[in-house]
Design a protein around this ligand. Sequence first.
Ligand SMILES: Nc1ncnc2c1ncn2[C@@H]1O[C@H](COP(=O)(O)OP(=O)(O)O)[C@@H](O)[C@H]1O
Ligand SMILES: [Mg+2]
Length: 288
Amino acid sequence: MEKIIEINQLTWQYTDTDHPALEDVSLEIEENMFIGVCGPNESGKTTLVSCIKGLIPHNFIGSYKGEVRLFGKNIRDLNAQELAKYVGFVFADPEAQFTSMSVEEELAFGMENIGLGSDEIKERIQWVADITGLESLLDKSPYDLSGGQKQRVAIASVLAMQPRVIILDEPTSMLDPIGKDSIFNICARMKEELHMTIIMVEHTLDRLARLSDRLILVHQGKIARYAEPERFFENVGELLELGLNPPASIVFLDQLKQAGLYDGPMTTSVEETIEIAQSICARKEAIK
Ligand SMILES: Nc1ncnc2c1ncn2[C@@H]1O[C@H](COP(=O)(O)OP(=O)(O)O)[C@@H](O)[C@H]1O
Ligand SMILES: [Mg+2]
């Protein structure tokens, strides 16, 4: 598959700080992948995705070494419009993105800015409203919605621009469990039906792992691990040292491994973990 994001030996330090926020980071992301990004607070996750979106270095002051290439082009050579075409960005706080008095206007805003015609805009509004479940809310003010609905509007307005890559930076961190669910469901639809490249920074690790083709662990400005979920969760002790709290099923399976009762793959699925535990119990019963 085509490598669409390439980061080569990137070091970035925000102005007036005493250490780099990212240090000597190299990373390749292939098209149509769902990439989950995790790591402790202040480890550099937002900085990393801001570099992929080009917000750094375009909108921030600091020292930049190395390069980020998007679809083969150096990000420093891309203008704002080209960047918007390639990468959409959803923030933790959806309201930070709002500019309009109705959901429909909010969805149209970005598309008007890139000069789409009104028929195309109408079609795309129907399309994103269907994917994000906003059909009945188009007339409402985005400010009157629940947290989860607001975040769905923010995602829909980015999706409407049909970027090649969509980045979501902790999109569920301000939401209640129902709101969180709705965002994970939309992410699953985007992955399965739209085949987009999706990069999601998220603390709810078990849900993130189930969606992700690859997981990235950011630790003190470096990529500490980049692997498929099954391999990512090997060596739980090391993950804990790197400040990551693995999901309960991973900790449980790790304990079984250490007790010599299990040597299969790691999974974050509760159903699969129960099956594993049941088959171990059945084996023990049979030995008795
Ligand atoms: N705008 C900024 N100016 C100065 N320092 C920043 C800025 N944004 C982030 N940092 C610093 O960069 C480091 C990484 O932060 P960040 O990328 O936001 O981490 P995360 O998203 O993992 O919590 C932290 O030490 C943070 O204090
Ligand atoms: Mg962050």
